[in-house]
Design a protein around this ligand. Structure first.
Ligand code: ZN
Ligand code: ZN
Length: 171
């Protein structure tokens, strides 16, 4: 839990830094994202009237599944401007910001993660990871050129044009 002791808040506010278990991201059942280490937070709490303004940065290492090649890769999701306000009277002893930290971090996980902008993806026919090199089917460059793929058909029996886009399928 990421708890702020609200009794410690003075007129100048309070700074709270620390780490929290990555499991708090609640990604155990997520097919494309996994926690990969502790959440780090650096927050300041400022009293403003009857409210507590909490702002700062939170980040967490995660492993994401590339939407092209289906391999997991390591990255960091970061919220550089965490900003939430809470009613001070509802938190006389402590303020638990875990749910907001989790929500903001999970929103930063890309919908179509890529291990690299230049990821070559998988061969839609044999499943070979083209980042490891071309397969025996069709060189990656030919996928965008149906004419070359057709030429390939006559030149090498067994070569057929790829069925479009199968390499980017999310399962
Ligand atoms: Zn990839
Ligand atoms: Zn192939």
């Amino acid at each position: 839990m990421i708890r702020i002791e609200t009794t410690q808040i003075g007129e100048d506010g309070l700074a709270v830094d620390g780490q929290a278990p990555g499991e708090l991201l609640d990604l155990a059942n997520d097919p494309v994202a996994r926690a990969d280490g502790p959440i780090e937070y650096a927050l300041t709490v400022e009293p403003a009237g009857g409210e507590l303004i909490v702002r700062g940065t939170v980040q967490a290492p995660v492993r994401l599944r590339c939407s092209r090649c289906a391999q997991f890769f390591s990255t960091t999701v970061r919220v550089s401007s965490f900003l939430h306000a809470y009613d001070w009277s509802e938190h006389p002893e402590y303020l638990d910001v875990t749910a907001d930290v989790r929500e903001d971090l999970v929103l930063e996980i890309p919908g179509f993660p890529l291990c690299d902008d230049a990821c070559q993806g998988l061969c839609p026919r044999c499943g070979q990871n083209w980042n490891d090199g071309p397969c025996a089917c069709t060189p990656p460059g030919d996928v965008l050129s149906p004419w070359e793929a057709l030429d390939g058909l006559t030149a090498a029996p067994g070569r057929t044009p790829p069925e479009g886009g199968a390499g980017r399928k999310r399962t």
